[in-house]
Design a protein around this ligand. Structure first.
Ligand code: MN
Length: 253
């Protein structure tokens, strides 16, 4: 029976986390350690300038774990070091409201929490939902559980993070699972320019706009086509193939 640490970046009372927890307890004991307030797009940031306070967290009066007044990476660091009795078998992060595919993987607090677990050698899965709505959240949790069961059965791969994205379920049941690389299409014109009442220019980030993928075999392409996307990620950003070609750089010093 796997012991699971559950976190997210949408906050400890987010519908996606609570719906996923209610399903995950079918697999084994689940401890929640999630941000007290929404921390979307904070990526891998940590809290340095103020103390991180931890309180008990509840779902409809039931104690589910911990509310952590910090970032997603703080939650995982503190939970693994102080809040759980023993190292969990899996860390699950999600379900996030909104896809974490393509370049958004790098801004995502949901994915960062899973990566933090991988630093500690704990296998981790980030789960995100392309379109989150009250109507589809239960179906999404059911499909997330089915996907997690399949991933938990894979041979262990230390340092690996699985990035799962579920398609918009308002368009019907997923057509299946696709294992995909990250896509890289994005909207370069993502900020709306506005003018404030004092005539000053300001900018506001727009919600993600759909950009027609050039490649369809990516995470972005799979969820657009109605499939569950599973992308294996690693946190080593080194361009290994470049190391040898750069070996002469020290000769130029
Ligand atoms: Mn989020």
């Amino acid at each position: 029976v796997p012991e699971i640490l559950l976190t997210n970046d949408d906050g400890v009372s987010a519908p996606g986390l609570l719906a996923l927890r209610r399903r995950l307890i079918e697999l084994g004991p689940v401890t929640v350690a999630a941000p007290a307030f929404e921390q979307s797009a904070v990526s891998h940031s940590l809290t340095l300038m103020h103390p991180v306070v931890v309180n008990s967290a509840y779902d409809a009066g039931e104690r589910i774990g911990f509310s952590v007044d910090g970032k997603p990476a703080d939650c995982v660091k503190i939970a693994l070091a102080h809040l759980v009795d023993r190292k969990p078998d899996w860390v699950v992060s999600g379900m996030n409201a909104g896809a974490n595919a393509g370049i958004n993987v790098l801004y995502s607090g949901t994915v960062a929490a899973a990566v933090e677990a991988a630093f500690f050698g704990v296998p981790a899965v980030a789960v995100s939902l392309a379109k989150s709505s009250p109507e589809t959240i239960e179906a999404a949790a059911r499909i997330a559980l089915r996907t997690l069961r399949a991933i938990f059965a894979l041979p262990p791969a230390p340092g690996l993070v699985y990035n799962v994205n579920l398609p918009d379920l308002a368009r019907g049941e997923p057509k299946g699972i696709r294992v995909t690389p990250q896509g890289f299409e994005f909207d370069p014109d993502a900020y709306e320019a506005r003018t404030d009442p004092r005539g000053r220019r300001y900018y506001w980030l727009l919600p993600d706009k759909f950009v027609e993928p050039k490649r369809h075999d990516t995470d972005l392409g799979a969820i657009e086509a109605g499939f569950v996307s599973v992308t294996p990620l690693r946190f080593d950003l080194t361009a290994h193939e470049r190391l040898a070609r750069l070996a002469d750089l020290d000769q130029t010093w």
